[in-house]
Design a protein around this ligand. Structure first.
Ligand SMILES: Nc1ncnc2c1ncn2[C@@H]1O[C@H](COP(=O)(O)OP(=O)(O)OP(=O)(O)O)[C@@H](O)[C@H]1O
Ligand SMILES: [Mg+2]
Length: 606
């Protein structure tokens, strides 16, 4: 063998491939009498006076990283200014090659991800981050077992790339938002994100973000919402989308904290044991955006005694909207409050602290209704622009736009979150599949604008109220959308509807009066009178005992649901009250007004 075909002592037999920075050769180690892969790094690296020191240090770290699922490093050195790394030869090819041939089934991917996740978590425990996880760095041995390769190479390359001015290293298609932003001090969760992209790619054969330039891909990771994998491959299990979202969340604190937890969920998914509940930690969304916090003028607490044994205290006045607040909704734990306004924005608040979290902008006209999915991961907002925007709450980004033929007056998620019902000013109720964004059904029957849609928590009924003065009860089981019952509102208008928590009663704001019906029989049970103008919104307290109603007369009234008695009038809004909502623990009541202000009231058990 001629000297020209040797690197160090390794006798080059052929080229295995090349990537962005290096060429990999198949070589023979004449000492050990075994085939090896030699990664030859660019000669330009050695122009950096710091490179040798860094290369030495990093190579030692990588070589010390012993794990049965990491491609073993045998040796490293320099030959004629050419740095090289010698590693185990992997005859089984790369995951990239497999995926290019055919996307993998979830079950096929599980053992691969399991092995890689173990290797990652072991490295992360030693504070070593891969930084360039991608299908071409997942290699297979002769038996088809997966191994992770190129640990730390990105770090060596990065330092030198900056020096040599070659810029971004590796393929940005798999890069976490923080890495794409150029943040150096990344931790293991950057690899969790990349593993999520690898899973996405392996299952679909497609990358989540397609861009013409590396910069374009990097920007997409930072700004673009995570695409719904079910859209690309609808036959994947529905919870697959949640797994991807848990891995690819924009903020590291919203991701699976370890690769192992991601791998576990993937395995559960393959076993058909994972429900839709996304991993993402909701509470984090609250604390994260404190930088965007706007000051709020705290109200002097006023204590009002309710005959039902509760006190009401004005807790916070949330200011920020520049126009009417038309819709308010609490997240499932009451940790987050959303508001929609005719100023075209949706705002998220921390209702307990009385602080603004963020402003969501996508609507091109006034927002009329907001609602959280039951697990709190999604927020839907609808408005005058005939559009429903579905938002990823944790990431604060819009996931989908659902178009309608008229202004959207009301949005509601089914109890399992799978269906989104939309009340529309074209007199229809439109049902959507939450997971795929596909239209499911259009419910017709109302003769004028639908003002309100709501699902009963017993999952059986969807109710819609309309300006035709009727409330229609539709069968919500199996999304058949069969009309079950029509309740006459006894007036010209039904402005708002609400189910009691047990699903047995339905309350509606029928012009100035509040009426309560028995859902199963359709019998009118009670009429509540007192408001001086039309009711805009009603809500049941979670214990089912109190009904809150907001009205154009600037008041919120609290009623004893069991006997129809008025128990309290809450004043404070200088303008019409457009919306009221209870937190699920019953401690908070929020009201949105035409003055652009949201009031948060505390309800205390005495
Ligand atoms: N240990 C190995 N055994 C066998 N083939 C290998 C080995 N390491 C790499 N290869 C092959 O060489 C190719 C190039 O690898 P290389 O690491 O240089 O580039 P990459 O992983 O595609 O991208 P990057 O340059 O960002 O690392 C791989 O795609 C793979 O096909
Ligand atoms: Mg590689």
């Amino acid at each position: 063998m001629s000297a020209a075909l040797k690197i160090g002592r390794y006798e080059i037999e052929g080229e295995l491939g090349s990537g962005g920075m290096a060429t990999i050769y198949l070589a023979l180690d004449p000492f050990m009498k075994r085939k090896v892969a030699v990664k030859v790094l660019p000669r330009q690296f050695t122009h950096d006076p710091q490179f040798r020191v860094r290369f030495q240090r990093e190579a030692e770290v990588i070589a010390a990283l012993e794990h049965p699922h990491i491609v073993a490093i045998y040796d490293f050195g320099e030959d004629d200014d050419q740095p090289y790394i010698v590693m185990r030869y992997m005859p089984g090819g790369t995951l990239l090659k497999k995926v290019a041939a055919k996307p993998l089934a979830v079950a096929e991917l599980v053992p691969i991800v399991n092995r890689i996740a173990e290797a990652l978590d072991d490295a992360h425990a030693q504070n070593i981050v891969h930084r360039d996880l991608k299908p071409s760095n997942i290699l297979f041995d002769g038996k088809g077992h997966a191994y992770l390769s190129d640990f730390g190479i990105a770090k060596i390359s990065e330092a030198t790339a900056n020096f040599t001015g070659t810029g971004v290293i590796g393929t940005p298609e798999y890069m976490s938002p923080e890495q794409a932003r150029g943040i150096k001090d990344v931790d293991g969760r950057t690899d969790v994100y990349s593993l999520g992209v690898v899973i996405f790619h392996a299952l679909t054969g497609q990358l989540p973000y397609k861009a013409d330039t590396p910069m374009g891909a990097a920007v997409a990771h930072i700004t673009e919402p995570v695409p719904n994998i079910l859209r690309i491959k609808p036959d994947l299990p529905p919870a697959c989308d949640s797994v991807i979202r848990g891995a690819m969340a924009k903020h590291p604190e919203d991701r699976y904290p370890t690769a192992g937890e991601l791998a576990n969920d993937l395995a559960q998914l393959a076993a058909g044991k994972l429900d839709r509940k996304p991993y993402i930690v909701r509470a984090r969304a609250i604390t994260r955006s404190s930088a965007e916090t706007e000051p709020s003028a705290a109200q002097p607490p006023t204590t009002i005694t309710l005959e039902t044994g509760k006190d009401v205290v004005g807790l916070h006045t949330l200011k920020g909207h520049t126009h009417h607040v038309v819709g308010v909704a609490f997240g499932p734990q009451g940790q987050i409050l959303a508001s929609g306004s005719t100023d075209k924005t949706v705002r998220l608040w921390n209702p307990r602290a009385g602080q603004a979290i963020s402003t969501l902008q996508k609507h091109t006209d006034g927002v009329w209704s907001v609602t959280f999915s039951p697990d709190g991961s999604l927020l839907a907002s609808g408005g005058r622009d005939s559009t429903v925007v579905v938002w990823d709450v944790a990431a604060g980004v819009s996931l989908r736009l659902l178009k309608h033929k008229g202004g959207v007056t009301s949005v509601a998620f089914s109890t399992d979150g799978a269906t989104l019902a939309v009340g529309c000013s074209d007199a229809t109720v439109q049902l959507w599949n939450t997971n795929t964004g596909e239209p499911l059904r259009t419910l017709r029957g109302h003769s004028s604008r639908v003002t309100s849609v709501v699902f009963s928590s017993d999952k059986r009924t969807l109710a819609s109220g309309a300006l035709d003065g009727t409330i229609r009860l539709w069968n919500a089981t199996g999304v058949t959308g069969q009309l079950r019952l029509v309740l006459e509102g006894h007036t010209n208008y039904v402005w708002c509807v609400a189910f009691s928590p047990d699903g047995q009663w339905i309350a509606a704001g029928t012009d100035k009066t509040l009426r309560l019906w028995d859902v199963s029989t359709g019998k009118l049970l009670r009429v509540f009178e007192g408001h001086a103008s039309a009711l805009s919104s009603i809500a049941f307290s979670p214990d089912g005992r109190v009904l809150a109603s907001g009205a154009g007369d600037k008041t919120i009234r609290l009623w004893d649901a069991s006997n129809g008695q008025l128990v309290r009038v809450l004043e404070g809004h200088p303008a019409e009250v457009n919306s009221v909502a209870f937190s699920s623990d019953g401690h908070l009541l929020a009201s949105g007004g035409a003055d652009g202000v949201i009031r948060v009231w505390g309800l205390k058990t005495s």
